[in-house]
Design a protein around this ligand. Structure first.
Ligand code: SF4
Ligand code: SF4
Length: 377
């Protein structure tokens, strides 16, 4: 039987770095100290740690698309104070790490504190011994070389996986456009989620610190609506952390494949979690999800049943489209499932679309939303 996991739920009303630092100290001390978490019981000169924030896209911190720089700063300071050389890195969906980190406020903190940007451009092929499905991954060299990873997920809704939290945060450890190929190879949510679980079991972050102070609901993970949840989550178990995050936003964790498959694969646990901190586990706000429901007038139990058999199609809202064509560029199918019409607006070819929602995730203006449809094409 798997051991009980602990998730710390702390109240953080705003992005006060000192307050976040204090809450991290409390949790880490309760876990036995940072050297025991990172397996550095003997002090030596190899004390390196890699912080992995969510740097999905170049957006300002108040958009809630990326891990807030105050959370990043608190963790970075804490690790520096513990004597670690601190690195950071992520591979955004479309833009460069530099551009994204600069806009997200992470680069400014890194420069000020002397945090080194790790290599997330080149990669090494790594065998995933414990994987249930994907036995090899190309992992960013920054991850394979530094090894000690602290994952800093952002709590957001997601078009494909419903929730983007602790388990999904490791997807950014695969450099650049290599990520898109996984959508083509694993063209259903079950297989894609199992890949995320396999990847997290390979990278094995030692600690997860989730920024749910301002989270995102609705059309996530890029242009959804920021929501003040006021919560900081800390755990060594990403499945337990995501399960608790689901509870905070009124989402049944059994609906999130990364959580269900994560438990089935031995990555963590869903139930019987020990909750510590200064907040109890209860729904703070029921989040709206990215998929727009056409059966809104049906009773909830009927909708839940029917949704299992339905597919969400990406739909354009041309009133928000600025014709940047990032959706076209990111589309992983060959031929692309998006064409540019004579009037310059993009249009879908649902016959070839694999419903990976990379276009919806990338769109910088929120001009793409998802609509549940009884028809696959
Ligand atoms: S839908 Fe979004 S990503 Fe696509 S062209 Fe318009 S603004 Fe750009
Ligand atoms: S059109 Fe969008 S959802 Fe369809 S395959 Fe391309 S990126 Fe994925």
């Amino acid at each position: 039987m798997m051991e009980k996991s602990t998730v710390y739920i702390f109240s953080c009303e705003n992005y006060n770095v000192d307050e976040i630092y204090r809450k991290i100290s409390l949790a880490v001390e309760d876990m036995g100290g940072i050297n025991s978490i990172l397996n550095y019981n003997n002090l030596d000169n190899q004390k390196k740690v890699l912080l992995k924030p969510n740097l999905l896209a170049p957006e300002k911190p108040d958009r809630a698309t990326t891990t807030h720089p105050a959370v990043f700063e608190a963790v970075a300071r804490f690790m520096k104070d513990a004597g670690f050389e601190v690195y950071y890195g992520d591979s955004p969906a479309f833009h460069s790490t530099e551009t994204t980190a600069k806009k997200a406020g992470i680069a400014e903190v890194a420069n000020r504190l002397g945090i080194i940007q790790a290599d997330f451009e080149s990669s090494s092929k790594v065998f995933a011994e414990e994987a249930k499905q994907n036995k090899y991954f190309n992992i960013a060299k920054g991850v394979t070389e530094i090894k000690n990873v602290i994952s800093l997920p952002k709590l957001k809704t997601h078009g494909l996986t419903i929730l983007t939290g602790a388990v999904k945060n490791q997807f950014g450890c695969i450099p650049g456009r290599q990520k898109s190929s996984y959508h083509v190879k694993l063209d259903n949510i079950e297989r894609f989620s199992q890949m995320l679980v396999d990847l997290t079991m390979l990278i094995k972050p030692k600690l997860y610190i989730m920024d749910a102070i301002v989270a995102m609901e609705g059309n996530g993970p890029h242009r959804g609506k920021p929501v003040n949840l006021g919560v900081l989550l800390i755990s060594k178990d990403p499945v337990a952390m995501d399960s608790v995050a689901c509870g905070l936003i009124g989402l049944n964790p059994q609906k999130v494949k990364t959580v269900v498959l994560g438990e089935r694969s031995g990555l963590g646990i869903i139930n019987d979690i020990e909750v510590k901190g200064d907040l109890e586990l209860k729904t703070i706000k029921k989040f709206s999800l990215p998929r727009r429901d056409v059966f809104i007038s049906l009773p909830k139990w009927t909708r839940n049943l029917i949704e299992e058999f339905l597919i969400s199609k990406p739909i354009y809202d041309y009133s928000k489209c600025i014709k940047c064509y990032e959706c076209y560029e990111i589309c992983p199918t060959r031929p692309k499932s998006i064409r540019i019409k004579d009037d310059g607006f993009p249009a879908y070819n649902y016959r070839t679309c694999i419903k990976c929602y990379c276009c919806q995730e990338t769109c910088p203006t929120g001009a793409i939303y998802l609509k549940i449809s009884p028809f696959r094409r």
